[in-house]
Write a protein that binds this ligand. Sequence first.
Ligand code: G3P
Ligand code: MG
Length: 238
Amino acid sequence: MDIFAHRGVSINYPENTMAAFQAASKLPIAGIELDVHLTADKEVVVIHDETINRTSNGSGYVKDFTLQQLRTFDFGSWFSPEFGDETIPTLGEVLELFAGTNHRINIELKTDIISYEGIEALVLKEVAAQQMTERVIISSFNHESLQTVSKIAPYIESAALFAEVLVDFTSYIALIPAKALHVSLPTSFRKSVKLALAEGATVRVYTVNDQRDARYLQQLGIQAIFTDDPEKILQALN
Ligand code: G3P
Ligand code: MG
């Protein structure tokens, strides 16, 4: 079963920062997951929330700042003072970091609250520029966003995120169309997910930080998990 570092190695480093991704790039894991939003000047930046309030020393919406303005904030001290030099990364910077590794990059489009007109095309352009099309997975809770991705780049691996249970995941993702389903840990225990696996679906589960859960999901035949603590999960599975 593959392991993806969720927002980088976010157990030991501030989430979605270069420090968290650098740590992940050194681990023998399948890949990383990151979240993207769009700035006022249409730069794709890596951050989980719509606002910078929780993970920086500033406040306000990402969409209202230019990249240059966002760069003035400290995105590490909220986690620990030693990370005071961390700034908000662009998607391009993170892709570049992984240019020399074989890690997969799961880019989660955070378009479920703010739609960020055009973000799908901008993300795909950066992925193509870095020649990482084969290594990328594009996911979103906003399945309309995935439809846009599929229209622009039908060849790219896309994944529908679910916090809830559907009785027929396989038929639903075929409608989008998306290639995989990413389900929450509680959802992964439901019989609909077992059915999807039996039907040949690719299923990845977020966010798995417990070693027993990881072992159970491996036995279930889940293809990958997202974890904040990849080293702990590596130990559990080896
Ligand atoms: O992509 C998996 C997971 O990251 C989805 O939830 O809120 O952690 O972005 P969230
Ligand atoms: Mg995410």
